[in-house]
Design a protein around this ligand. Structure first.
Ligand code: SAH
Length: 349
């Protein structure tokens, strides 16, 4: 973190910065609260003029800007393309459920993990997002919708455990009571399975819900879909998930994207059930997602009926499973797609 990057600072760090500018310590609390509301420095009218002028001159304020916004006509899901202060763009998706609202945020511009079915990784990783750039997505979505963001899922573009320190800082910022005060239990982190990162996450003691992208029940299939599996195989991954449950008491969710002809047969479902019963042996949940088509990958989603059968086989085997409802199907809500189209359009012109 740069020493003037104010939105990535915890309130006590901000206090050091503010007093360094010759202001009273309590101004830090005001500034922190104003940033949590998404105010531009000019809008922070509770701060003295001279202080605001000093901030404009000395502070690096990285609040993302809404570059593009699409509202689903089907279910009201809002897809944002946020532009960072250096011009990099990432997406977030705001969703409404019966139990509250949720925002899916990006943690990196692009992704280095190389999963075969994913739009976010097609152009590789450009850079990590700072804590403020992740936090700013939540702040701006809240400001724009006028609704409270009740939960956050780190499931947008990027591998959160490949940007560990900034992601942890983001979690602490967004949950700080002086700002948005979002409960850590309402934050879910999705990973492709970087085991050392899962262990480090346990050590923080933060009660984050862990989601693991599994997508296959044997190493050969998983390695073909997800290069990360060559470094961290399924059996060690499930060991880490079991430890995560033992340490945190939080049930782990497994994401399983159904891809036609790759991992979606009844036999695959039976194998997955057996794997989770033997390898996991602690409460878990399987989230089935029918592949969102990404033109460039040449992979296809199975029919809804076939996905339903897969889910039924899991349930019959005693595994908790749900098929994820598709929200915002008309706004390319599948993560990474809006950013990709945006970059491609820029290159075309
Ligand atoms: N890097 C993290 C989080 C971002 S991806 C991870 O791998 O978990 C969020 C989820 O969307 C992951 O489960 C990912 O595998 C899945 N996903 C990526 N591309 C998809 C696509 N085209 N269709 C369906 N799910 C996809």
């Amino acid at each position: 973190m740069m020493n003037n990057e104010i939105m990535s600072m915890y309130p006590d760090e901000l206090e050091g910065f503010v007093t360094g500018l010759g202001e009273k310590p309590y101004r830090a609390k005001q500034l922190f609260a104003d940033m949590a509301k998404g105010y531009g420095i000019g809008e922070m009218t509770d701060l003295p003029q001279v202080f605001r002028a000093a901030l404009l001159e000395k502070a690096d304020y990285r609040m993302p800007r809404i570059a593009e916004k699409k509202v689903s006509k089907i279910d009201g899901t809002v897809k944002y393309l946020f532009e960072m202060t250096d011009g990099e763009c990432v997406e977030s998706v705001f969703m409404r459920y019966e139990h509250g609202t949720s925002l899916c945020v990006s943690s990196q511009a692009g992704c280095a993990m190389g999963c075969r079915f994913c739009a976010s990784t097609l152009l590789g990783k450009v850079r990590d997002l700072t804590a403020s750039e992740i936090y700013g997505q939540v702040v701006m979505a809240g400001r724009d919708t006028g609704e409270r963001v009740d939960g956050v899922v780190l499931m947008g573009t990027g591998e959160p455990l490949d940007n560990f320190d900034n992601v942890i800082r983001f979690i602490r910022l967004v949950s700080d009571k002086k700002g948005l005060g979002l409960g850590v239990r309402h934050i879910a982190l999705s990973t492709c399975g970087l085991i050392p990162g899962i262990r480090k996450l346990m050590e923080t003691g933060l009660p984050v819900t862990l989601s693991v992208s599994l997508h296959a029940s044997d190493d050969a299939t998983r390695s073909a879909l997800m290069p990360v599996n060559r470094a961290y195989g399924i059996s060690e991954l499930l060991d880490a998930c079991r430890e995560y449950f033992d340490m945190t008491g939080r049930r782990v969710t497994f994401e399983y994207t159904l891809i036609s002809g790759k991992n979606d047969s009844e036999e695959d479902a039976l194998k997955l059930a057996a794997l989770l019963k033997k390898g996991m042996r602690s409460p878990c949940h399987v989230n089935l997602i029918r592949l969102n088509d990404v033109r460039e990958t040449g992979l296809e989603a199975p029919s809804a009926e076939r996905a339903g059968r897969f889910g039924q086989v899991l349930k019959n085997s005693g595994i908790n499973a749900t098929i994820r409802r598709r929200l915002g199907a008309d706004v390319t809500a599948s993560c990474g797609q809006l950013r990709l189209r945006h970059i491609q359009q820029k290159e075309d012109t």
